[in-house]
Write a protein that binds this ligand. Structure first.
Ligand SMILES: Cc1ncc(C[n+]2csc(CCOP(=O)(O)OP(=O)(O)O)c2C)c(N)n1
Ligand SMILES: [Mg+2]
Length: 348
């Protein structure tokens, strides 16, 4: 065991991964009891990616992801109550019950959303990095996506611009090996997903996404480098989802044996064993931690059930910007290169 190990930080990573696992098991149960409508995509198996990368970065760094978003929000510190209430479509949810499972949002924690359109959020991830550079801040943008997003047009536009403008973004591909029922090997003419970065002359890194320490350490290294010298990185985190694509997935595209083989790499079981072996945790402490988290997950269901529905009269709220101190009406929008961008016709 390295001398530099910080017991509290290590235990927090285990705790955060367990929060995601137990929260989602509870959500799955509620879905099966038909208390939750719409889609539900579980992150179970992939917890080390969100937890390790959040542990490696700062709370003021931006993060954005696709629809498999519970893990990212919880890792950033969202409470289980507001997370569960959102899935139940309640007014106390993180998106006021208007987003549901795929559209978590937590501006206070710089969690800039779960996004349902595959690859559609990648330009936004580049945009947050642009905003940070433009303002002269040393914040970075963590942009997560699935292996199914890397052939989408918006993905390529975003990576090209990010590379051209040297934006401080870490594009993290969570390669869980499938896009719905399609294996990544059937949809990409690539040897490795990590090779995608080469097309944009971008530094590329492969990470074992089942090992939370490796995720944290490698992302921390990249984050430190790009805060000083901005440039984007392309990261492939190799991981695996233990549940179906969504709740209605019959899973016919993989065998039971394959699933069982990958369960041996369980990021939580393996990390807890390592911590016990290193003397940072006892078996009893682990059981106590788990029981505490399970109780919080049950509590979050009670919270969600007893919360009010959103007010129908407010259905159209939150669609357009309101009370934004940065918003400038057209008349006061400053000129850009001598022209007002909103009141003139550009000649090209
Ligand atoms: C532009 C677009 N095309 C198709 C879909 C339908 N769809 C939803 S999820 C998904 C698979 C995406 O897989 P991946 O990016 O690997 O993410 P994972 O589900 O594995 O986390 C598809 C094709 C969509 N949401 N958006
Ligand atoms: Mg995938």
């Amino acid at each position: 065991m390295s001398k530099k190990v910080n017991k509290e930080a290590e235990l927090k990573m285990l705790y955060d991964m367990l929060v995601i696992r137990r929260f989602e098991e509870k959500a799955q149960q509620q879905y099966q009891m038909q208390k939750i409508g719409g889609f539900l995509h579980l992150y179970i198996g992939q917890e080390a990616v969100a937890v390790g990368s959040v542990a490696a970065t700062r709370p003021d760094d931006y993060m954005i992801t696709a629809y498999r978003d519970h893990g990212h929000a919880l890792a950033r510190g969202m409470g289980m109550n507001e997370a569960m209430a959102e899935i139940f479509g309640k007014a106390t949810g993180c998106s006021k019950g208007l987003g549901g499972s795929m559209h978590y949002f937590d501006k206070a924690r710089n969690m800039m959303g779960g996004h349902a359109i595959v690859g559609g959020h990648v330009p936004l991830g580049a945009g947050f990095a642009f905003a940070a550079r433009y303002r002269g801040e040393d914040r970075i943008s963590l942009c997560y996506m699935g292996d199914g997003a890397i052939n989408i047009g918006a993905f390529h536009e975003a990576l090209n611009m990010a590379a051209l403008w040297r934006l401080p973004a870490i594009f993290i591909c969570e390669n869980n090996q499938f896009a719905m029922g399609t294996a990544a090997t059937r949809s990409n003419h690539l040897k490795e997903i990590a090779d995608r970065g080469a097309g944009y002359n971008m530094k590329s890194v492969v990470i074992d996404g089942m090992d939370v320490r490796e995720v944290r350490d490698k992302i921390a290294e990249i984050a430190t480098a790009i805060r000083k010298e901005p440039e984007p990185y392309w990261v492939e985190c190799r991981t695996y989802r233990y549940r179906g694509h969504s709740m209605s997935d019959p899973g016919t595209y993989r065998t039971k044996e394959e699933l069982e083989k990958h369960k041996k790499d369980d990021p939580i079981t393996n990390f807890s064993s390592v911590l016990i072996k290193e003397g940072l945790l006892t078996d009893e402490e682990f059981k106590k931690m788990d029981a505490e988290i399970k109780a919080l997950a049950s509590e979050s269901v009670k919270f969600a059930e007893s919360s009010p529905d959103p007010d129908v009269a407010k259905l159209h709220d939150y669609t357009f910007v309101e009370n934004d101190p940065n918003y400038q009406p057209i008349a006061t929008t400053p000129d850009v290169r001598g022209q007002n961008p909103f009141s003139c016709t550009f000649s090209v």
